[in-house]
Write a protein that binds this ligand. Structure first.
Ligand SMILES: [Zn+2]
Length: 223
């Protein structure tokens, strides 16, 4: 005997609608199901025209929520829609959309960093990419991909900034400005130590700059 997809009751005294709802549940729940199915179709139509990743992710989240509504009815029979398969497809598209947004943000940051003439410029360029990605986090259930991308972007930024300051230090030394060079090496170490990348990943660079500081007479004594 069939059980109702909402109240799970099995009884020969119940009649069932085409969705699998008993006559007690059908008046309340058939409209909820119809609304979710209609919304999935209309959101998909809007999403087909959406260009910005934030908009696409917002629409995907809406579709996924409607799909969850359908999945609450175990054994739901709908012509042409398998909620579980649809959910898997939507999650797949969502992952691809985030990956694309990450690639774009990363590419933009790298291209703009090439044009940036100062460490400050590099920092601001990467900062924009990071906040663009962080803006997408609220639209995701799982932020793992974005979290990872933010770490990588920050590490790349830190490496570029270090290189920039280190190069300036070498240049100052070539120009015979030893104190200036030493100050810049000290700044390079300072930047690495205060940035978000764990110091253990940067010990080579810190050691390298420390050697130059030693070579140029060590840190000035304070006070
Ligand atoms: Zn029922």
């Amino acid at each position: 005997m069939a059980a109702c997809i909402h109240c799970k009751t099995e009884s020969q005294f119940l009649t069932f609608d085409a969705l699998g709802l008993c006559h007690n549940c059908s008046p309340d729940h058939a409209p909820i199901i119809a609304e979710a199915i209609g919304a999935i179709a209309s959101v998909a139509a809007v999403r087909a025209k959406a260009r910005r990743s934030a908009q696409q992710l917002e629409l995907l989240r809406q579709s996924i929520d409607h799909c969850r509504t359908l999945q609450r009815y175990d054994g739901l029979r709908i012509e042409g829609i398998d909620p579980a398969r649809l959910m898997a497809e939507l999650e797949q598209v969502r992952t691809e959309t985030v990956e694309e947004a990450i690639r774009t943000a990363w590419y933009d940051a790298r291209e703009r960093a090439k044009d940036a003439s100062t460490a400050k410029g590099v920092i601001s360029t990467y900062g924009k990419a990071v906040s663009a990605l962080q803006d997408l986090m609220d639209l995701m259930d799982d932020t793992t991909l974005i979290d990872k991308a933010v770490l990588v972007l920050r590490a790349e930024r830190d490496a570029l900034v270090f290189e920039d300051v280190y190069r300036s230090a070498q240049l100052a030394e070539q120009q015979g400005r030893k104190n200036r060079a030493r100050d810049l090496y000290i700044e390079a170490v300072f930047l690495l130590k205060k940035d978000g990348t764990p110091d253990t990943y940067q010990t080579d660079k810190i050691d390298l700059a420390e050697k130059q500081i030693e070579r140029l007479g060590g840190r000035p004594t304070s006070g």
